[in-house]
Ligand binder design. Sequence first.
Ligand SMILES: [Zn+2]
Length: 354
Amino acid sequence: MLAPRFNTKGTFHLELKNRISAYFQEVGKSSTGNYKLFIKAILMVISFIAVYVHLVFFTPPTLLALAECLLLGALTAFIGFNVMHDGAHGSFSKYTWVNKLAGSSINFLGANVFMWSTKHNVVHHSFTNINEVDDDIDARPFLRLCDSQKRYGIHKYQHIYAIAAYSLLYLYWVFFTDYEKYFTKKVGNMPMAKMKVRDHISFWGFKALHLVLFLAIPIYFIGFWPWLIGFVIYGMFAGIVLSVVFQLAHTVEDTHFPLPDAETNRIEDEWAIHQLKTTANFATNNKIISWFLGGLNFQIEHHLFPKVSHVHYPEISKIIKQVCQEYNIPYIEYPKMRVAFASHISHLKNLGRA
Ligand SMILES: [Zn+2]
Protein backbone atom coordinates (compact mmCIF):
# COMPACT_ATOMS: atom_id res chain seq x y z
CA MET A 1 0.00 0.00 0.00
CA LEU A 2 1.24 3.49 -0.89
CA ALA A 3 1.24 6.10 1.85
CA PRO A 4 -1.23 8.95 1.26
CA ARG A 5 0.28 12.35 0.46
CA PHE A 6 -0.66 15.60 2.12
CA ASN A 7 -1.32 18.95 0.54
CA THR A 8 2.02 20.77 0.55
CA LYS A 9 0.65 24.23 -0.29
CA GLY A 10 -0.09 26.39 2.73
CA THR A 11 1.86 28.28 5.34
CA PHE A 12 0.23 27.10 8.56
CA HIS A 13 2.82 24.49 9.50
CA LEU A 14 5.73 26.80 8.66
CA GLU A 15 4.23 29.56 10.78
CA LEU A 16 3.79 27.16 13.72
CA LYS A 17 7.38 25.97 13.46
CA ASN A 18 8.72 29.51 13.29
CA ARG A 19 6.76 30.63 16.35
CA ILE A 20 7.75 27.60 18.43
CA SER A 21 11.43 27.88 17.55
CA ALA A 22 11.25 31.64 18.35
CA TYR A 23 9.76 30.71 21.76
CA PHE A 24 12.61 28.33 22.62
CA GLN A 25 15.17 30.93 21.51
CA GLU A 26 13.51 33.63 23.57
CA VAL A 27 13.34 31.60 26.80
CA GLY A 28 16.76 30.03 26.16
CA LYS A 29 15.59 26.49 26.97
CA SER A 30 16.30 23.23 25.23
CA SER A 31 13.19 21.61 23.74
CA THR A 32 14.04 18.23 25.31
CA GLY A 33 13.27 17.03 28.86
CA ASN A 34 14.49 18.78 32.02
CA TYR A 35 15.48 17.67 35.54
CA LYS A 36 11.80 17.46 36.59
CA LEU A 37 11.23 14.83 33.91
CA PHE A 38 14.33 12.87 34.94
CA ILE A 39 13.21 12.86 38.60
CA LYS A 40 9.73 11.71 37.55
CA ALA A 41 11.20 8.94 35.37
CA ILE A 42 13.43 7.69 38.21
CA LEU A 43 10.50 7.80 40.68
CA MET A 44 8.27 5.78 38.36
CA VAL A 45 10.89 3.17 37.54
CA ILE A 46 11.88 2.74 41.22
CA SER A 47 8.20 2.43 42.21
CA PHE A 48 7.69 -0.23 39.54
CA ILE A 49 10.70 -2.26 40.71
CA ALA A 50 9.67 -1.91 44.38
CA VAL A 51 6.10 -3.12 43.72
CA TYR A 52 7.38 -6.00 41.57
CA VAL A 53 9.88 -7.12 44.23
CA HIS A 54 7.27 -6.89 46.99
CA LEU A 55 4.73 -8.88 44.97
CA VAL A 56 7.08 -11.61 43.85
CA PHE A 57 9.46 -12.06 46.81
CA PHE A 58 7.49 -10.94 49.87
CA THR A 59 4.11 -12.63 49.19
CA PRO A 60 1.80 -9.84 50.45
CA PRO A 61 -1.70 -10.79 51.74
CA THR A 62 -4.26 -11.39 48.95
CA LEU A 63 -6.06 -8.04 49.00
CA LEU A 64 -2.83 -6.05 49.12
CA ALA A 65 -1.39 -8.24 46.36
CA LEU A 66 -4.40 -7.52 44.13
CA ALA A 67 -4.06 -3.78 44.78
CA GLU A 68 -0.35 -4.01 43.97
CA CYS A 69 -1.15 -5.78 40.67
CA LEU A 70 -3.40 -2.85 39.71
CA LEU A 71 -0.68 -0.40 40.76
CA LEU A 72 1.91 -2.29 38.69
CA GLY A 73 -0.45 -2.11 35.70
CA ALA A 74 -0.88 1.64 36.15
CA LEU A 75 2.90 2.11 36.55
CA THR A 76 3.48 0.17 33.31
CA ALA A 77 1.23 2.65 31.51
CA PHE A 78 2.82 5.66 33.26
CA ILE A 79 6.36 4.55 32.37
CA GLY A 80 5.08 4.10 28.82
CA PHE A 81 3.61 7.61 28.72
CA ASN A 82 6.41 9.48 30.50
CA VAL A 83 9.64 7.64 29.79
CA MET A 84 9.32 5.30 26.81
CA HIS A 85 7.17 7.60 24.68
CA ASP A 86 9.44 10.66 25.01
CA GLY A 87 12.52 8.47 24.66
CA ALA A 88 11.30 6.80 21.46
CA HIS A 89 10.50 10.23 20.01
CA GLY A 90 13.99 11.47 20.92
CA SER A 91 12.56 14.22 23.13
CA PHE A 92 13.39 12.81 26.58
CA SER A 93 16.96 14.14 26.63
CA LYS A 94 19.40 15.96 24.36
CA TYR A 95 21.63 12.86 24.53
CA THR A 96 20.82 10.10 22.04
CA TRP A 97 21.95 7.32 24.39
CA VAL A 98 19.62 8.58 27.14
CA ASN A 99 16.71 8.61 24.66
CA LYS A 100 17.58 5.07 23.58
CA LEU A 101 17.68 3.94 27.20
CA ALA A 102 14.34 5.63 27.99
CA GLY A 103 12.79 4.18 24.80
CA SER A 104 14.07 0.71 25.65
CA SER A 105 12.00 0.69 28.87
CA ILE A 106 9.21 -0.70 26.66
CA ASN A 107 11.37 -3.80 26.00
CA PHE A 108 11.55 -4.59 29.71
CA LEU A 109 7.76 -4.24 29.92
CA GLY A 110 7.26 -6.89 27.25
CA ALA A 111 6.63 -4.91 24.06
CA ASN A 112 9.29 -4.14 21.46
CA VAL A 113 10.66 -0.68 20.73
CA PHE A 114 11.32 -1.38 17.02
CA MET A 115 7.69 -2.33 16.39
CA TRP A 116 6.53 0.58 18.53
CA SER A 117 8.64 3.13 16.68
CA THR A 118 7.24 2.03 13.31
CA LYS A 119 3.65 1.77 14.51
CA HIS A 120 3.67 4.98 16.50
CA ASN A 121 6.39 7.40 15.31
CA VAL A 122 6.07 6.62 11.62
CA VAL A 123 2.55 5.38 10.90
CA HIS A 124 0.35 6.88 13.61
CA HIS A 125 2.08 10.27 13.78
CA SER A 126 2.18 10.71 9.99
CA PHE A 127 -1.23 9.35 9.02
CA THR A 128 -3.34 10.00 12.11
CA ASN A 129 -6.93 8.69 11.91
CA ILE A 130 -6.63 7.65 8.25
CA ASN A 131 -8.52 4.38 8.01
CA GLU A 132 -6.55 1.42 6.58
CA VAL A 133 -3.28 3.23 7.34
CA ASP A 134 -3.29 4.31 11.01
CA ASP A 135 -3.02 1.05 12.94
CA ASP A 136 -4.21 2.80 16.14
CA ILE A 137 -7.79 3.03 14.86
CA ASP A 138 -7.86 -0.59 13.74
CA ALA A 139 -9.58 -2.68 16.42
CA ARG A 140 -11.61 -4.63 13.88
CA PRO A 141 -13.71 -6.73 14.07
CA PHE A 142 -14.33 -5.97 17.77
CA LEU A 143 -14.72 -2.20 17.52
CA ARG A 144 -15.78 0.18 14.78
CA LEU A 145 -13.80 3.37 15.41
CA CYS A 146 -14.66 5.42 12.29
CA ASP A 147 -17.50 5.47 9.77
CA SER A 148 -15.44 4.14 6.85
CA GLN A 149 -15.05 0.82 8.73
CA LYS A 150 -17.57 -1.95 8.12
CA ARG A 151 -20.35 -2.15 10.66
CA TYR A 152 -21.29 -5.48 12.24
CA GLY A 153 -24.36 -6.20 14.38
CA ILE A 154 -22.26 -6.58 17.52
CA HIS A 155 -21.09 -2.95 17.23
CA LYS A 156 -24.52 -1.90 18.52
CA TYR A 157 -23.14 -2.81 21.96
CA GLN A 158 -19.56 -1.61 21.47
CA HIS A 159 -19.95 1.34 23.85
CA ILE A 160 -20.81 -1.22 26.54
CA TYR A 161 -18.05 -3.77 25.94
CA ALA A 162 -15.31 -1.34 24.82
CA ILE A 163 -13.59 -1.32 28.22
CA ALA A 164 -13.52 -5.13 28.22
CA ALA A 165 -11.91 -5.01 24.76
CA TYR A 166 -9.39 -2.38 25.96
CA SER A 167 -8.42 -4.58 28.89
CA LEU A 168 -6.97 -7.06 26.39
CA LEU A 169 -4.78 -4.52 24.57
CA TYR A 170 -1.58 -4.93 26.57
CA LEU A 171 -1.65 -8.74 26.72
CA TYR A 172 -2.62 -8.98 23.05
CA TRP A 173 0.17 -6.55 22.14
CA VAL A 174 2.91 -8.34 24.11
CA PHE A 175 1.92 -11.90 23.20
CA PHE A 176 0.41 -11.51 19.74
CA THR A 177 0.60 -8.26 17.72
CA ASP A 178 4.36 -7.75 18.19
CA TYR A 179 4.93 -11.23 16.71
CA GLU A 180 2.39 -10.58 13.96
CA LYS A 181 4.33 -7.44 12.95
CA TYR A 182 7.63 -9.29 13.24
CA PHE A 183 6.61 -12.14 10.95
CA THR A 184 4.51 -10.19 8.43
CA LYS A 185 7.07 -7.33 8.42
CA LYS A 186 4.11 -4.95 8.33
CA VAL A 187 2.22 -2.58 10.61
CA GLY A 188 -1.35 -3.03 9.37
CA ASN A 189 -1.02 -2.42 5.63
CA MET A 190 2.24 -0.47 5.85
CA PRO A 191 5.57 -2.23 5.34
CA MET A 192 8.13 -1.89 8.16
CA ALA A 193 11.75 -0.86 7.66
CA LYS A 194 14.15 -3.79 7.36
CA MET A 195 15.29 -5.06 10.77
CA LYS A 196 19.04 -5.25 11.28
CA VAL A 197 20.67 -8.27 12.94
CA ARG A 198 20.85 -6.37 16.24
CA ASP A 199 17.10 -5.61 16.02
CA HIS A 200 16.35 -9.33 15.66
CA ILE A 201 18.62 -10.16 18.61
CA SER A 202 17.03 -7.40 20.69
CA PHE A 203 13.52 -8.59 19.77
CA TRP A 204 14.08 -12.21 20.81
CA GLY A 205 16.38 -11.38 23.72
CA PHE A 206 13.94 -8.99 25.36
CA LYS A 207 10.92 -11.21 24.67
CA ALA A 208 12.79 -14.03 26.45
CA LEU A 209 13.81 -11.71 29.32
CA HIS A 210 10.19 -10.64 29.72
CA LEU A 211 9.08 -14.27 29.95
CA VAL A 212 11.70 -14.90 32.63
CA LEU A 213 10.87 -11.77 34.66
CA PHE A 214 7.09 -11.88 34.40
CA LEU A 215 6.32 -15.59 34.04
CA ALA A 216 9.13 -17.92 35.14
CA ILE A 217 10.36 -16.08 38.27
CA PRO A 218 6.89 -15.25 39.70
CA ILE A 219 5.60 -18.77 38.98
CA TYR A 220 8.64 -20.23 40.75
CA PHE A 221 8.20 -18.05 43.84
CA ILE A 222 4.42 -17.77 44.24
CA GLY A 223 3.03 -20.70 42.23
CA PHE A 224 1.12 -20.94 38.96
CA TRP A 225 -2.43 -19.94 39.96
CA PRO A 226 -1.59 -16.93 42.12
CA TRP A 227 0.75 -15.76 39.33
CA LEU A 228 -1.89 -16.25 36.62
CA ILE A 229 -4.55 -14.30 38.52
CA GLY A 230 -2.12 -11.51 39.40
CA PHE A 231 -0.59 -11.30 35.93
CA VAL A 232 -3.97 -11.17 34.17
CA ILE A 233 -5.20 -8.42 36.52
CA TYR A 234 -1.94 -6.52 36.01
CA GLY A 235 -2.08 -6.88 32.21
CA MET A 236 -5.77 -6.01 31.94
CA PHE A 237 -5.42 -2.87 34.02
CA ALA A 238 -2.38 -1.71 32.03
CA GLY A 239 -4.43 -2.29 28.86
CA ILE A 240 -7.35 -0.21 30.10
CA VAL A 241 -5.19 2.75 31.16
CA LEU A 242 -3.18 2.71 27.91
CA SER A 243 -6.21 2.34 25.65
CA VAL A 244 -8.39 4.95 27.31
CA VAL A 245 -5.62 7.56 27.14
CA PHE A 246 -4.93 6.75 23.47
CA GLN A 247 -8.62 6.80 22.57
CA LEU A 248 -9.43 10.13 24.21
CA ALA A 249 -6.90 11.81 21.93
CA HIS A 250 -8.28 10.71 18.57
CA THR A 251 -11.59 8.87 18.73
CA VAL A 252 -14.03 11.37 20.21
CA GLU A 253 -17.04 13.11 18.69
CA ASP A 254 -15.19 16.18 17.44
CA THR A 255 -12.20 14.56 15.75
CA HIS A 256 -12.26 13.74 12.04
CA PHE A 257 -11.30 10.65 10.05
CA PRO A 258 -10.28 12.07 6.65
CA LEU A 259 -9.75 9.72 3.72
CA PRO A 260 -7.34 10.27 0.82
CA ASP A 261 -8.81 10.92 -2.61
CA ALA A 262 -9.49 7.54 -4.22
CA GLU A 263 -7.69 8.46 -7.45
CA THR A 264 -4.82 10.68 -6.38
CA ASN A 265 -4.26 9.23 -2.87
CA ARG A 266 -3.99 12.81 -1.64
CA ILE A 267 -5.26 14.26 1.62
CA GLU A 268 -6.99 17.59 1.18
CA ASP A 269 -5.24 19.41 4.05
CA GLU A 270 -1.65 20.17 4.78
CA TRP A 271 -0.18 17.80 7.38
CA ALA A 272 -0.38 20.15 10.39
CA ILE A 273 -4.04 21.02 9.71
CA HIS A 274 -4.79 17.30 9.36
CA GLN A 275 -3.26 16.79 12.83
CA LEU A 276 -5.50 19.47 14.32
CA LYS A 277 -8.62 17.96 12.77
CA THR A 278 -7.81 14.46 14.02
CA THR A 279 -6.46 15.16 17.51
CA ALA A 280 -7.98 16.41 20.76
CA ASN A 281 -6.65 17.67 24.11
CA PHE A 282 -8.27 17.03 27.47
CA ALA A 283 -7.97 18.20 31.08
CA THR A 284 -4.98 20.40 30.26
CA ASN A 285 -5.53 22.51 33.40
CA ASN A 286 -5.33 19.44 35.63
CA LYS A 287 -1.72 19.27 36.85
CA ILE A 288 -2.09 15.77 38.36
CA ILE A 289 -3.46 14.25 35.14
CA SER A 290 -0.79 16.07 33.11
CA TRP A 291 1.97 14.75 35.41
CA PHE A 292 0.86 11.12 35.22
CA LEU A 293 -0.04 11.09 31.52
CA GLY A 294 3.25 12.56 30.36
CA GLY A 295 1.54 15.31 28.40
CA LEU A 296 -0.61 12.84 26.46
CA ASN A 297 -3.57 15.03 27.39
CA PHE A 298 -1.75 17.71 25.30
CA GLN A 299 -1.97 15.52 22.21
CA ILE A 300 -2.30 18.48 19.84
CA GLU A 301 1.06 19.85 20.95
CA HIS A 302 2.51 16.35 20.88
CA HIS A 303 1.31 15.61 17.36
CA LEU A 304 2.51 18.91 15.98
CA PHE A 305 5.85 18.79 17.82
CA PRO A 306 6.66 15.18 18.74
CA LYS A 307 10.33 16.02 19.17
CA VAL A 308 9.54 18.57 21.90
CA SER A 309 9.38 17.01 25.38
CA HIS A 310 5.99 16.98 27.07
CA VAL A 311 7.33 19.18 29.89
CA HIS A 312 7.03 22.16 27.50
CA TYR A 313 3.49 21.48 26.24
CA PRO A 314 1.59 23.76 28.64
CA GLU A 315 3.69 26.74 27.47
CA ILE A 316 3.71 26.01 23.74
CA SER A 317 -0.03 25.23 23.77
CA LYS A 318 -0.72 28.95 24.24
CA ILE A 319 1.24 29.77 21.07
CA ILE A 320 -0.39 26.98 19.05
CA LYS A 321 -3.88 28.07 20.12
CA GLN A 322 -3.07 31.63 19.04
CA VAL A 323 -1.84 30.54 15.58
CA CYS A 324 -4.94 28.33 15.15
CA GLN A 325 -7.14 31.33 15.90
CA GLU A 326 -5.28 33.46 13.37
CA TYR A 327 -5.65 30.80 10.67
CA ASN A 328 -9.19 29.88 11.70
CA ILE A 329 -8.24 26.24 12.29
CA PRO A 330 -10.20 24.24 14.93
CA TYR A 331 -8.40 23.43 18.20
CA ILE A 332 -10.30 20.55 19.79
CA GLU A 333 -10.17 20.51 23.56
CA TYR A 334 -12.22 18.88 26.33
CA PRO A 335 -12.04 20.67 29.67
CA LYS A 336 -12.14 17.53 31.81
CA MET A 337 -11.08 13.93 31.33
CA ARG A 338 -14.57 12.65 32.13
CA VAL A 339 -16.05 14.91 29.42
CA ALA A 340 -13.59 13.48 26.89
CA PHE A 341 -14.41 9.95 28.09
CA ALA A 342 -18.15 10.58 27.71
CA SER A 343 -17.48 11.89 24.21
CA HIS A 344 -15.51 8.74 23.34
CA ILE A 345 -18.39 6.55 24.54
CA SER A 346 -20.88 8.63 22.51
CA HIS A 347 -18.61 8.30 19.48
CA LEU A 348 -18.67 4.50 19.87
CA LYS A 349 -22.42 4.53 20.38
CA ASN A 350 -23.00 6.63 17.24
CA LEU A 351 -20.82 4.34 15.13
CA GLY A 352 -22.57 1.27 16.47
CA ARG A 353 -25.98 2.44 15.26
CA ALA A 354 -27.36 1.09 12.01
ZN1 LIG B 1 3.82 10.03 20.08
